[in-house]
Design a binder for this molecule. Structure first.
Ligand code: ATP
Ligand code: ZN
Length: 286
């Protein structure tokens, strides 16, 4: 029997859309109806399970699924025996300790003996232990940010992305325990055949991830600037240079890393570049 890869995604929540989009961008199509717990991909030997994010590490560790996409925060909290294969660049957040705005906080030892509400007891305990601070941990399953205002706790340890939820609940962030993003995880002990499917999927995920961090750039330069511009824009091997219809000018094509883009643009303009066009890259295979 031909093997099929089983991948667990979050059913509905912050990671659901980005996870499904990543699989689609890997060229794998599937029809998912919301009520369904699983579906089969149309053009890749892949079955997708839709689960609560908290359950994903356990299901992967137990071999119910071969792979999963879940936040590092959940992976680290659950301590399941699974392997992290790729960081996926979405679902970025941090696990932080926050206290009411009026709390005069100067260091972690200010929490000694106080009540802290969290859904991440294991990570919080580890952190407090590592700093030699003893606090009372109250495990709650969600909305930790409400705990201080209803008198349930003196502080919270919760996920933060922009910080606006904390702010609107009168809290301030004072310590970061963990920086997190979505990751691809795998169960240990995959068969050779399954491993080869995992490798194919990883290759595609890497190509999509690389493409997302790059932009395709086209610009016109006077011929005497081609060398300078090529040094600024090394591209994957070297830039493509094509003559324009008017004498003395060329079009230069290359790729640039998105986070270097504005620095590079200034250098290109100084080198005499004109008519700069920037396009998204869909896949980038090395
Ligand atoms: P489920 O019903 O699957 O248990 P949930 O309510 O536990 O869902 P979500 O709020 O959908 O989980 O968050 C899923 C993941 O998204 C988190 O574990 C975390 O990795 C990531 N995430 C990114 N930003 C945030 C944020 N601001 N708050 C919470 N989670 C975030
Ligand atoms: Zn959850």
């Amino acid at each position: 029997m031909k093997s099929t890869l089983r991948l667990a995604l979050q059913k509905s929540g912050r990671l659901s859309d980005s996870s499904a989009r990543l699989i689609e961008e890997c060229g794998i199509h599937f029809n998912h109806h919301n009520a369904k717990l699983k579906c089969t991909a149309l053009n890749f030997p892949l079955e997708i399970f839709f689960l609560r994010d908290d359950d994903i590490p356990g299901y992967v560790a137990d071999g119910v699924a071969d792979l999963g996409i879940v936040g590092e925060n959940v992976v680290r909290e659950k301590k399941a025996s699974i392997e992290t294969l790729e960081r996926l660049g979405f679902g970025r957040c941090r696990l932080s300790i926050a206290v009411p705005r009026g709390f005069e906080y100067s260091s972690l030892s200010d929490l000694e003996g106080l009540d802290v509400a969290t859904s991440y007891p294991s990570l919080l305990t580890e952190y407090l232990d590592s700093k030699g601070v003893k606090a009372e941990i109250h495990v709650i399953s969600g909305s930790a940010e409400l705990a201080p205002s209803i008198g349930l706790a003196d502080a919270v340890c919760d996920l933060v992305s922009t910080g606006s939820t904390l702010l609107s609940n009168g809290l301030k962030e004072v310590e970061t325990i963990l920086e997190s993003q979505a990751v691809l995880v795998a169960r240990p002990g995959l068969s050779e055949e399954t491993q080869s499917l995992v490798d194919q999927l990883r290759f595609r995920i890497k190509s999509v991830g690389r493409a997302r961090s790059y932009k395709y750039i086209l610009l016109n330069v006077p011929n005497e600037s081609i060398e300078t511009v090529s040094r600024i824009l090394p591209g994957m091997k070297s830039p493509t240079v094509m003559p324009l219809a008017i004498d003395g000018w060329s079009s230069v094509h290359s790729v640039v890393q998105e986070d270097e883009f504005w620095v590079i643009i200034d250098k290109l303009r100084d080198a005499g570049a004109q008519g700069v066009l920037v396009l998204p890259v869909e896949k980038m295979v090395l």
